[in-house]
Ligand binder design. Structure first.
Ligand code: GDP
Ligand code: MG
Length: 719
């Protein structure tokens, strides 16, 4: 019988936790370079010796206070689920800072193994760590690892098992805080010990320390105790006493005590064999996060990325597009001509989902570029560079990371706001996040830019949209900060991990992980949306036509041109009389001041609420409906051409570059997709905020598109 064992992995962000997790379990997890990605609980299994081990990847945190959700999540897991062993992953090249978290596990009294990861970097920097001595001083076994090279992983498991089997000889240790503080801890502990239930669950010393630190969650817990009055009174007395004699809050004194404990241990057991004054990372940072150069370089990098994505994907997209056309023709040929099932599969599903899928190359390449920024360590610099700017709008660098993530997908981006400690900061960051142009909007831009802008400026047009999203987000954040969610910005330290050359494998894994989310969406929400749009645009199946087309076609059957014309007329009329046609017509007037009062576009925009890509899928469906009948000997018109030739009833073209731009602006800014609304509800725990987000973004979208279109006309652009 295999014995069961649960190991929790804890550690600072960027300590290599995810890498260790992947190495242990072989599961592919996201490996990022910013705090907060592993906020969900991730688990994996492995067999080692005669153990069946479950590994849980806790969120990366610097501490275990009640300040941020990540920290509370990690702490509660350790306290409530009682894993058999906690492995604290430590970046050995940044030892003292990383050990801070370890001291808190020591105080919690959990079975602890210290994984001194990145030991390769530490030795390169000339650090010499006396393992035996330091583990005695810290009171926990130490294992050196290089997670990226799978070095030391078995020893890590061996130490964990030793702990469980009680073979470890090392005696536990915790920081002590000086005579005064310790006396107060004793007094509080004495009262806590009266509550037997409480003490069963939490170590009394830990509770006492947390109470002195003013930990809101622990205070809440204590309030449930029957002795809470006495305890709280004692805590208040102790706090006042310590503050008066030591001249600082107990919280600060306790933090100092922990650092003192760490630096004491390190100065005895860690030697620097030589000083590395300037690492390569420092040299690079002189330029890359330079006060003057940093921002232009960052903008340049972003611009290059979009240019690269656009240029490299163009041939691939064409190829995908052709493939989908071929698929539609082939499958369509196998199904009964003119039947509802043929129409559903060819126009509804292959036409709709297919036009979304043909953008897969561009999205994957964008994710590849983002993975490069994250893995190389530049993403954290971007946040650092933006920190000052973010302060101007009342937020800080930490809010910028979710914003950048928003370029991929707003859903994980909004989840990443959990690292933001201040609730108001967090809500503002969530509210403006949908303005960050996610990957789903890219197909819409690709389509319209491809159709209405010369290739030479395509990259710049695309870039301008992303920039506009950022500008609108900044303005709205400022407004919210000023009027709706007032308060000072909280202080924050941004970690700058060293630059690293990303591995090809890592890049591909990250690209794939995000890409897969997109493919899944195409297979589920978008699929359902396209079927719905198909239904709405094809039913009633046999409307009351204004002419008897069938007879007319029969009569004209020798005149091929005439037949084609009649068939197109019939198809167009059918569309207009469908539910979608009616719906589109009903709302199209709303878009008249924006230039795109086209009912097909209107239907697409409504579909875009399900997922923004559906705008393209819908246009694909609607246009192939319009063109599918007849012209068998003609090349099927591509969607781009169809849009270029789209006319109003009076014969004038609907789209000019200006109208196309206004439309893209609207798509950029209007209502976030269903999935985003749902995650806003979940993260703010309020329907109010999610409904608010849906409405205000749509209003903003309308006004900005209005200004773009009317302003453009005023300047005489593309009437
Ligand atoms: P997490 O934020 O704690 O999950 O850290 P990750 O696992 O994402 O690692 C951050 C970066 O450090 C990645 O680029 C890893 O490839 C790299 N890394 C992880 N462990 C080591 C190590 O032992 N040595 C070196 N040189 N790099 C490592
Ligand atoms: Mg991670």
């Amino acid at each position: 019988m295999a014995k069961k064992l649960t190991i929790a992995l804890a550690g600072n962000p960027n300590s290599g936790k995810t890498t260790v997790f992947n190495t242990l379990t072989g599961m592919h997890q996201h490996v990022g370079n910013y705090p907060g990605v592993t906020v969900e609980k991730k688990e994996g299994e492995l067999k080692y010796k005669d153990y069946e081990i479950t590994v849980v990847d806790l969120p990366g945190t610097y501490s275990l206070t009640a300040h941020s959700i990540d920290e509370v999540v990690a702490r509660n897991f350790v306290i409530e689920e009682k894993p058999d062993v906690v492995i604290d992953i430590i970046d050995s090249s940044n030892l003292e800072r990383n050990l801070y978290l370890a001291t808190q596990f020591m105080e919690l009294g959990v079975p602890l193994v210290l994984d001194f990861n990145m030991s390769d970097i530490a030795s390169k920097q000339g650090l010499e760590i006396d393992k035996v001595k330091l583990s005695e001083l810290l009171g926990a076994p130490i294992v050196f690892t290089v997670a990226t090279k799978k070095v030391g992983i078995n020893e890590l498991l061996d130490e964990a098992i030793n702990l469980v089997e009680k073979k470890t000889t090392i005696r536990r240790n915790t920081p002590v805080y000086g005579k005064e503080v310790e006396e107060e801890i004793k007094k509080i502990e004495a009262l806590l010990l009266k509550d037997k239930d409480l003490i069963q669950k939490y170590p009394s010393r830990w509770l006492a320390v947390k109470l002195l630190e003013g930990d809101s969650e622990v205070i809440k817990k204590i309030k449930e105790s029957e002795y809470s009055d006495q305890i709280i009174k004692q805590v208040e007395k102790s706090t006042a006493h310590l503050t008066s004699i030591l001249g600082d809050t107990p919280e600060a004194i306790i933090a100092d005590g922990r650092y003192g404990f760490i630096s004491g241990a390190c100065s005895e057991a860690v030697k620097r064999t030589y000083e590395v004054r300037h690492t390569i990372s420092d040299e690079m940072d002189k330029v890359l996060i330079n006060r003057i150069l940093g921002l232009p370089i960052f903008l340049g990098v972003m611009w290059l990325i979009f240019k690269f994505t656009f240029a490299a994907s163009a041939p691939l997209c064409d190829w995908f597009d052709k493939g989908m056309g071929w698929l539609g023709d082939t499958i369509g040929g196998l199904l009964p001509e003119g039947s509802a099932i043929q129409s559903l599969i060819v126009n509804g599903i292959i036409g709709g989902v297919g036009s979304v899928l043909s953008f897969v190359p561009i999205i994957f390449l964008l994710f590849l570029a983002m993975a490069f920024l994250e893995d190389s360590g530049y993403m954290a610099r971007a946040a650092f560079i933006m920190d000052k700017l973010m302060h101007k709008i009342g937020l800080h660098g930490r809010s910028f990371i979710p914003m950048l993530l928003g370029f991929g997908c707003n859903v994980p981006a909004i989840m990443a706001t959990r690292t933001i400690e201040d609730r108001k900061d967090r809500i503002v960051t969530i509210l403006v996040n949908p303005f960050m142009s996610c990957g789903a909007r890219l197909p819409v831009y690709t389509l319209f830019i491809g159709a209405f802008f010369p290739e030479k400026i395509a990259g710049s047009v695309l870039f301008s949209l992303y920039l506009l999203g950022i500008v609108v987000a900044i303005i709205m954040a400022k407004i919210f900060r000023r009027f709706l969610l007032k308060g000072p910005a909280s202080p924050f330290v941004m970690e700058l991990p060293p630059y690293r050359v990303p591995t090809i494998k890592g890049l591909l894994i990250h690209m794939w992980e995000r890409g897969v989310v997109y493919l899944k969406k195409a297979g589920t929400i978008i699929f359902a949306g396209c079927v719905l749009v198909w239904f709405l645009s094809n039913f009633p199946w046999n409307p009351q036509y204004s002419k008897d087309y069938d007879t007319l076609i029969e009569q004209a059957k020798d005149n091929k041109e005439m037949v084609t014309q009649l068939e197109n007329e019939k198809a167009a009329e059918k569309l207009e009389k469908s539910y979608a046609g009616k719906l589109g017509k009903a709302i199209a007037p709303v878009f008249k001041p924006l230039g795109f009062d086209d009912w097909k576009v209107s239907v697409g925009l409504v579909g875009g609420f399900i997922a923004k890509e559906i705008v393209v899928g819908t246009l694909g469906t609607l246009h192939s409906v319009g063109n599918a009948v007849g012209n068998t000997d003609e090349e099927p018109k591509s969607l781009r051409q169809a849009l270029q030739n789209e006319t109003r009833p009076d014969g004038s073209k609907i789209f000019t570059p200006l109208v196309a731009y206004a439309l893209m602006v609207f798509v950029l800014l209007y209502i976030p997709c269903v999935a985003t609304i749902a995650v806003i509800k979940r993260e703010t725990n309020s329907w109010g905020w999610s409904i608010f987000a849906a409405f205000y973004t749509t209003l903003v979208a309308w006004f900005v598109a209005f200004i773009v279109y009317q302003g453009g006309r005023f300047l005489g652009l593309g009437i």
